[in-house]
Ligand binder design. Structure first.
Ligand code: ARG
Length: 492
């Protein structure tokens, strides 16, 4: 839509729609048929580092959840923890030697990680630890209540710790599940596969499903049991998928996991198809590229909270050295929200499948295409409303849109008018960069309009029309930022 072609009547319509929909809660004018959508994201491993892939999964999964609920779908957010397997044996054995109940209660994620690292180191030197680790796993698998209790507490404490950190990002999950829920259901799966004539035993004694009529290369044989009969990551994931379908009868399910697991998810879908589950076609793997160079001042990132702390500290420092920074009610919180927005924008700046290099200096710049620029635009619009000297007109009908004839005003309206189609495009492509690009353009249009169209000291009728325009721009910006997972700030 070319801005200069908009009549006052069209401008009126656009602004009226924005004002009305936001005041009553945003909804797309034309919504797709309502579906039930499951999203498996974040999904870290207990006692192991939270790496860049987990950060991306968390941010992207949150976007996938938000965009799906924005277009009207019912969304179920699932965090599928890596809470089973050999590492738990080491952790259990290690905890008996190096664990501390107080530290577990105070700082569970960090303490379990430290114990695991220590146990791992010692296991290299002392074979007894390896044996204890194996014994711990066996005791869990045999239902020993001491071991299971200990493991249950590791898990519960870690989840509580995670919930706190996710909250800083504005992220919540509907379900915390994990591999531990499925390891003992895998024998049933193997039985079903045998009955359906799909399972073969190799010379090495592993059990596999032949997918070579579907895939070539690494995906063509799916291993589902080790020679000792124990299950694998894939086996547990297939069992979990079947369980999720039984429970939720989903219309779609997304796994938001980095592209290194592409074979894993191809095999997951392949095995389910072979088993005759036609709903396997409803499964999508949202694969994303690798991030390099994600470090904090203390070194390689191991915890999610470290990334958020680092973003906040660096932002706080930047705010202290710039003299334009306002007196803020809660500088820490503002710095945190700005820092997180900056990290998100950097992550969403290009197609998800592309790799990128993490760069603190660049992502925190206040000018250029950054999250800080979007936040700055929002805060500036907010302050403009506060300082107008009169309240926001109650409706668009009460203003005269023929006062919005300047090219800067018309271009801004034309851009705002595209919000719905942009949201739909981002949804169809499942790509947040569509919204990022739109919001950055919006920011630049706001900046031009802000320079030309004074609100204060203009005749009241003109000022009112402009205020409605700027307020509509702010609502549009805030809505887009929310879909990306950013919390707009009013001051900075
Ligand atoms: N815990 C896994 C990892 O860190 C990711 C799990 C993703 N979800 C799934 N259902 N496989 O690699």
């Amino acid at each position: 839509m070319k801005g200069s072609l908009l009549s006052p009547a069209v401008i009126q319509k656009v602004l009226d729609t924005i004002q009305k929909t936001y005041r009553c809660g945003y909804q797309l004018a034309k919504q797709p048929k309502r579906e039930k959508v499951l999203i498996d994201y974040s999904s870290p491993n207990i006692a192991k580092p939270f790496h860049a892939g987990h950060l991306r999964s968390t941010l992207i999964g949150n976007f996938v959840a938000k965009i799906n609920s924005t277009v009207g779908h019912e969304v179920v957010r699932i965090n599928y923890l890596g809470d089973w397997g050999l590492q738990f044996g080491l952790l259990g054995a290690g905890f008996k030697r190096y664990g501390s109940e107080t530290q577990l209660a105070d700082n569970p994620i960090k303490h379990l990680f430290d114990v695991y690292v220590e146990a791992n180191k010692m296991a290299d030197k002392d074979p007894v630890i390896e044996r204890e680790a194996r014994e711990f796993i066996q005791s869990m698998e045999q239902g020993d209540s001491n071991s299971l209790n200990l493991w249950q507490r590791f898990r519960q404490y870690s989840i509580e710790d995670y919930i706190k950190t996710y909250k800083r990002l504005g992220i919540e999950f509907d379900e915390y599940s994990g591999e531990s829920q499925y390891w003992n259901k895998t024998p049933q799966l193997l039985e079903e596969l045998t009955t359906k004539g799909l399972l073969q035993t190799t010379q090495k004694g592993t059990q596999i499903v032949d997918l070579s009529d579907m895939y070539t290369g690494h995906s063509s044989y799916a291993t589902l049991a080790r020679s000792d009969g124990t299950s694998l990551y894939l086996t547990r994931d297939i069992t979990a998928a079947i369980d999720r379908y039984d429970h939720h009868k989903f219309d779609r399910m997304y796994y938001v996991v980095d592209k290194s697991q592409v074979n894993h998810f191809k095999q997951l879908v392949g095995v389910l198809r072979k088993m005759g589950y036609s709903w396997a076609n409803r499964i999508h793997h949202i694969q994303f590229g690798r991030v390099t160079g994600m470090k904090t001042r203390r070194g390689e990132v191991v915890f999610l909270a470290d990334i958020l702390d680092e973003a906040r500290t660096r932002m706080l420092h930047n705010m202290q050295v710039t003299d334009t920074t306002k007196q803020l009610d809660d500088p820490d919180l503002t710095a945190e929200q700005l820092g997180i927005s900056a990290v998100i924008l950097q992550d969403f700046a290009r197609r998800l499948s592309k790799d990128y290099k993490f760069d603190w200096d660049r992502l925190l710049q206040s000018q250029g295409n950054t999250g800080i620029f979007l936040q700055y635009t929002h805060a500036r619009l907010y302050s403009l409303e506060q300082q107008a000297g009169f309240p926001l007109p109650s409706s668009v009908e009460s203003i005269d849109t023929s006062h919005l004839g300047e090219p800067e005003a018309v271009d801004l309206v034309a851009h705002i008018a595209q919000l719905d189609s942009i949201v739909l495009k981002a949804y169809q492509e499942m790509e947040p960069h569509v919204i990022v690009k739109y919001l950055l353009q919006l920011g630049h249009l706001v900046s031009s309009a802000h320079k030309k169209l004074r609100v204060k000291d203009s005749p009241i009728e003109i000022a009112q029309a402009r205020l409605i325009l700027f307020n509509s721009a702010r609502l549009t910006l805030a809505h887009g930022m929310d879909i990306l997972g950013m919390k707009p700030v009013n001051q900075m």
